[in-house]
Write a protein that binds this ligand. Structure first.
Ligand code: UD1
Length: 422
């Protein structure tokens, strides 16, 4: 398994280009199953999660071509069964259910397992499909959904933990080809849901309200091919903002959408960082010594759960006591024990991390446990004394395009050690 080695203490400066959004690209690629026509998708990041999705689409029978950031998909004739061997690698594979149900009125997809950030059920997805008149069964590790007729209706997708992003995507995709009107109440309002809705509208879908808590979809008979560019990745951008705040002198992020980053920008401003914010570009003036913060993760437009781990790394350097509370994934604190091994003073109280700073971090061998936790460890390594060795970096490769090369481009002393054992 590859490792990333970070030698701490090098200041970051210069500029970095943010890639297309992973969480937008995944459902958009799946949505191309809704038509027999060719779909052309630009700004698709080169990540292992994207490779898994393209493998699933190919397995289902779609013709997939990829040239740098552009993916061309034609799903002329497809099957409706996605088996465990290819689905197990990525939880987001569940988002082929909606398009398959919409187009063929049936789908059988292996259930994604839990993951280290907690139990990740799909009950809300199924609630939405049932509201569209589909039957749903979980048998032998597979989820099977089928309907003689898909009929629009009103469904509330809000769960105990708030709205569901992929659940909203799934039901919205199925509803584009249902009879009549579907209203999703309690819909997720994340920019990635809006990006998917824009793509579906280009394909001929009739959708209103994406980006609000109520989405209305009027079913159409069929969808056609479309061309689309995926939005910039707000979590990759947020991660580089934190890297720059922690270890930067002056760092500029290019190809961002600052409107999508308001909660993160507000927190960094509260922490005392100066930023020049333009619509598609942000310059951060780092100083490495933030003020302590009280953070609460919430659905969009609140502070994103996908930025919580990185902020814990930043706040370990703050002068005083900070708190980071998870409301979206209450168990998402796998990074805490590894950050503590690097010298951070963090105590967990239920779904709140209490971070006492400032700590001088020291490099250590650490283990990446999930995607964003691994990013937090790399960021901590940038300001730690000595060498941080981040193991199991396949987690980071799921969601960050060339993070080592991008940080090296900003002046970090970072290298990837390839595993040559197989
Ligand atoms: C997506 C993002 C992920 C992000 C998360 C929350 C993708 C590929 N992934 O994940 O990076 O951290 O949104 O912003 O876009 N829940 C249920 N039942 C369900 C579905 C979800 O109880 O049927 C719960 C989850 O356990 C969690 C909360 O709802 O506590 C939000 O999860 P959800 O928005 O569905 O996350 P994903 O869409 O899987």
């Amino acid at each position: 398994m590859d490792k990333i080695l970070v030698h701490g203490g090098r200041p970051l400066s210069g500029s970095v280009r943010i890639s297309g959004s992973k969480n937008s690209a995944l459902p958009i690629l799946a949505a191309s199953l809704l038509t027999r026509d060719r779909c052309v998708i630009h700004c698709v990041p080169d990540l292992s999660d994207i490779h898994y999705m393209l493998q699933i689409l190919s397995h289902l029978g779609a013709h997939v071509e990829r040239a740098s950031g552009t993916v061309i998909i034609q799903a002329e004739k497809i099957s409706t069964v996605a088996p465990y061997e290819i689905v197990r690698k990525m939880r987001a594979s569940v988002c082929v259910l909606g398009p398959l149900l919409g187009r063929h009125r049936e789908a059988k997809v292996s259930l994604p397992g839990g993951c280290v950030i907690g139990d990740r059920p799909i009950d809300l997805h199924l609630r939405g499909f049932r509201a569209l008149n589909a039957a749903c069964r979980v048998e032998a590790g597979d989820v099977k959904v089928f309907a003689d007729e898909l009929r629009g209706s009103t469904v509330d997708l809000e769960g105990k933990q708030g709205p569901t992003v992929l659940g909203t995507d799934n039901v919205m995709m199925a509803a584009t080809l249902a009879e009549g009107v579907t209203v999703i109440e309690g819909a997720a309002a994340e920019p990635e849901v809006v990006d998917l809705a824009h793509f579906l509208i280009k394909m001929g879908a009739k959708i209103e309200g994406a980006g609000t808590r109520r989405i209305t979809i009027e079913g159409v008979k069929e969808l056609h091919g479309a061309e689309h560019s995926v939005i910039p990745d707000r979590i990759e951008a947020g991660t580089f903002l934190v890297a720059a705040a922690l270890a930067g002198t002056e760092v500029t992020l290019r190809r961002v959408n600052s409107d999508h980053l308001k909660a993160v920008l507000n927190s960094l401003t509260d922490a005392g960082f100066r930023m020049d914010v333009q619509r598609d570009q942000i310059t951060v003036h780092g100083n490495g010594s933030p003020r302590p913060l009280e953070l609460i993760t919430e659905p969009y437009p609140g502070f994103p759960t996908d930025m919580q781990a990185q902020m814990c790394a930043l706040l370990s350097r703050a002068n005083g006591v900070s708190r980071a509370t998870e409301t979206v994934f209450p168990q998402r604190f796998m990074h805490v024990s590894e950050l503590k091994r690097m010298g951070a003073d963090i105590e967990l109280d239920g779904a709140t991390a209490i971070i006492r700073g400032p700590s001088q971090l020291s490099g250590a061998p650490v283990m990446a446990s999930d995607l964003r936790a691994s990013a937090a460890l790399v960021l901590a390594g940038l300001v730690a004394n000595g060498l941080t060795e981040v193991n199991r970096v396949y987690h980071i490769d799921r969601g960050y395009e060339s993070i080592d090369e991008k940080l090296a481009g900003l002046g970090a002393h970072i290298e990837r050690v390839k595993d040559r054992s197989h």
